[in-house]
Design a protein around this ligand. Structure first.
Ligand code: ZN
Length: 76
């Protein structure tokens, strides 16, 4: 597991909810309730913080069994 430790999950979640594009490509949000991972700028409704894990690559998300979101195409 490659959960990010250098920035608190609370800060990351705030940036995710704010759709902060600066995180795109650097951090990915993997949603445990849907099995999908997203860019921070994804236009989809944001999940509850308890259902989100932050991983540092799309490959890490796939390795954990998550699928790429069709709306924000985090692999592109
Ligand atoms: Zn998305």
């Amino acid at each position: 597991m490659e959960q990010l430790a250098d920035q608190s999950a609370t800060d990351l979640y705030a940036a995710f909810v704010a759709r902060d594009r600066r995180f795109d490509g650097h951090v990915f949000a993997a949603v445990t309730s849907t099995g999908i991972y997203c860019r921070f700028s994804c236009p989809a409704r944001k999940p509850l913080s308890k259902n989100v894990r932050f991983l540092d690559s799309a490959a890490a998300c796939r390795a954990e069994g998550f699928r790429a979101c069709k709306r924000c195409t985090p692999d592109a």
